[in-house]
Design a binder for this molecule. Structure first.
Ligand SMILES: [Zn+2]
Ligand SMILES: [Zn+2]
Ligand SMILES: [Zn+2]
Length: 85
């Protein structure tokens, strides 16, 4: 996996309760870009919005939910994660 050093500049503005829906809470990339594992934005890399109103790249959320530490919780608000619909 390639890491773009540029992106880490955004971490300085990181807030736990940020209401900024434009960034994926997991990879912190903009939604107009893809998750780190995809090359092309669009239908191939959809967004997922939780019942808690936090949104993520679907791929990021699937990866997160696959980890032991996630415990099925939203990484932003630590509530059990379920989709809005
Ligand atoms: Zn993401
Ligand atoms: Zn993706
Ligand atoms: Zn949440």
């Amino acid at each position: 996996m390639k890491v773009t050093v540029k992106q880490w500049n955004a971490v300085a503005a990181w807030k736990w309760h940020a209401a900024d829906d434009e960034l994926c809470g997991i990879c912190r990339a903009k939604f107009e870009a893809t998750c780190p594992t995809c090359k092309y934005p669009g239908d191939g890399c959809p967004l997922i919005i939780g019942a808690c109103n936090h949104s993520f790249h679907m791929h990021c959320m699937l990866k997160w939910l696959d980890t032991e530490t996630s415990q099925g919780l939203c990484p932003m608000c630590r509530q059990p994660f379920s989709t809005a619909d």
